[in-house]
Design a protein around this ligand. Structure first.
Ligand code: A3D
Length: 320
């Protein structure tokens, strides 16, 4: 059986980390694409030279030509600009929308059977634009945000309780950004929901609220520390988990920005919800019951995503 082919569009901080992780996990051969000349070639060569040390077999190549992504099984898109301190994800909209149009055209031409994972911000609007620009089936185009947001939540909870991150599950819904909705009652330590842990005096409601806020602000906290860009290790690890679930037909249940056509009362929009990712792409949207306050937080988040998509349509009417 031939090796899988993974194309990474954007060879910046996340793109390079994706290539390294995909190599270490032997997910397939890797093509790094970027408009910057030399960057994808240099990173590909550097990572390839680590393969004898780490003992993984993967061919890596860098390119400035879309033709090289031909017949990729998975395409992960990070092309565009990241945030600088003081910028919101939404400030990136105009620049990154143009990038999505170019990337979408490249994928349409050379990799129309691929499973496509978008990471470029503002995520929920950019994944919408990328699906429109590429014309790929909606279940084959998803956005990475929920896996990262829930990983941040899990990490903070594991720290709070002084337990292994492995035993903490967390649930985050809605758009990626300040309106994301971490769901406490669907988040657990070894199956015990967070509200029960408050009753058991493991923590307080106030501490939990602080952790939820820190999760919402998780990206900005790192932008503030790094000063020259945004997070890349955890975002890359999160997208790799999604790619792996597709390539190995693992059918993992992961929160992703998925296309909704009526689920959660939302139509024709990409929003973060739990989905099953398997060999057929997004195989199922998991629709959970929301209580009144969760519903209202989710609706607020959906409205924020809608506003961004409307802004995209105003800038690029052809996409709508
Ligand atoms: P960075 O290191 O700047 O890499 C972006 C790369 O894209 C650079 O190498 C650019 O040369 C390249 N690029 C720019 N325009 C094009 C183009 N038209 N075609 C191909 N390549 C191009 O950024 P990064 O890797 O740190 O972040 C990439 C994106 O991910 C940004 O938009 C971030 O905001 C976003 N991001 C999203 C999350 C989510 O959770 C959704 C988290 C962190 C970062």
């Amino acid at each position: 059986m031939a090796r899988h082919k993974i194309a990474l569009i954007g060879a910046g901080q996340i793109g390079g980390t994706l290539a390294h992780l995909a190599g270490l996990k032997e997910l397939g051969d890797i093509i790094l694409f970027d408009i910057a000349e030399g960057t994808p070639q240099g990173k590909a060569l550097d990572i390839a030279q680590s393969s004898p040390v780490d003992g993984f077999d993967a061919k890596l190549a860098g390119t400035n030509s879309y033709a090289a992504i031909k017949d990729a099984d998975v395409v992960i898109v990070t092309a565009g600009v990241p945030r600088k301190p003081g910028m919101s994800r939404d400030d990136l909209l105009g620049i990154n929308l143009k990038v999505m149009e170019q990337v979408g055209a490249g994928i349409r031409k050379y990799a129309s059977d691929a499973f496509v994972i978008c990471i470029t911000n503002p995520l929920d609007a950019m994944v919408w634009a990328l699906q429109k620009a590429s014309g790929l089936p909606k279940h084959m185009v998803v956005g990475m945000a929920g896996v990262l947001d829930s990983a941040r939540f899990r990490y903070f909870l594991a720290e709070e309780f002084d337990v292994s991150v492995e035993d903490v599950t967390a649930f985050v819904l809605g758009g990626h950004g300040d309106t994301m909705v971490p769901l406490a009652r669907y988040s657990t330590v070894a199956g015990i929901p967070l509200p029960d842990l408050v009753k058991m005096n493991w923590t307080t409601k106030k501490r939990l609220d602080e952790i939820i806020q820190r999760t919402r602000d998780g990206g900005a906290e790192i932008v503030g520390l790094l000063k020259t860009g945004s997070a890349y290790y955890a975002p890359a690890a999160s997208a790799i988990a999604m790619a792996e679930s597709y390539l190995k037909d693992k059918k993992r249940v992961l929160p992703c920005a998925a296309y909704l056509k009526g689920e959660y009362g939302v139509n024709d929009l990409y929003v973060g919800v739990p989905v099953v990712i398997g060999a057929k792409g997004v195989e199922r949207v998991v629709e959970i019951e929301l209580n009144r306050s969760e519903r209202s937080a989710f609706d607020k988040s959906v409205e924020a995503v809608k506003a961004l998509v409307e802004a995209c349509k105003a800038i690029a009417p052809d996409l709508g």
